[in-house]
Design a protein around this ligand. Sequence first.
Ligand code: ADP
Length: 226
Amino acid sequence: MSRLALILFGPPAAGKGTQARMVGAALRVPVISTGDILREAVRNETELGKEARRHMESGGLVPDELVDAIVKERLQRTDCAQGFILDGYPRTVHQAVFLESAFKDGDLKIRVVGISVADDVLIRRIAGRKSCPKCGKVFNFGDAARKDGAVCDECGTALVSRADDSAEVMVQRLKVYHRQTRPLVDYYQGRGWYVEVDGDRPADEVNQSILKAVQGQVGTMSAVAR
Ligand code: ADP
């Protein structure tokens, strides 16, 4: 039986990470976030982390070969046997082709949900974004006064801003998105695997739309949830 690879797609700060966690919990499948894996490597100062850091801090992409290898290794683990959610991968057409080639024919059913948010909204969101360094949960604070001393409501860890969330780096990440990642929409539309939801709404509403879209594409949800 083929397993479902659900790709959550969209520009930086579209809400992919938040939605991936919610959808992962609903479908009971693991979430593989390349951004989280790379940030952990950077924190641990591994060889991969040292190489990745240069690209991440400037707002560019980490080379395909590095990210492809990480994803391939991660998807071979047993927890991915029934399906998984990808957050932040693929980000280039090369990565999309790799993902398909890494699995035997028919072993992977790929579906892509794009979360659409206008650039000006993304830039405003980034200015107020903090995340938990321990469990990865992302928080958005519209009110700057609340940013200091905030802790994660799940595990109590002090929240931090990401090094690549500064205004200049964000502008670069958006450029990279439009140039290298956005073309994947055509790629996946051509395969008939792509649906889009409006991401400029409260997280719960976006989540309902995603679950509905997934249900429409893979039949009943219980077919993927175990
Ligand atoms: P966001 O969701 O805000 O776009 P991520 O946490 O997904 O950010 O990724 C942060 C950074 O990690 C990216 O800007 C990029 O440098 C690197 N990265 C993550 N995933 C990939 C990938 N699939 N290919 C290349 N670089 C990646």
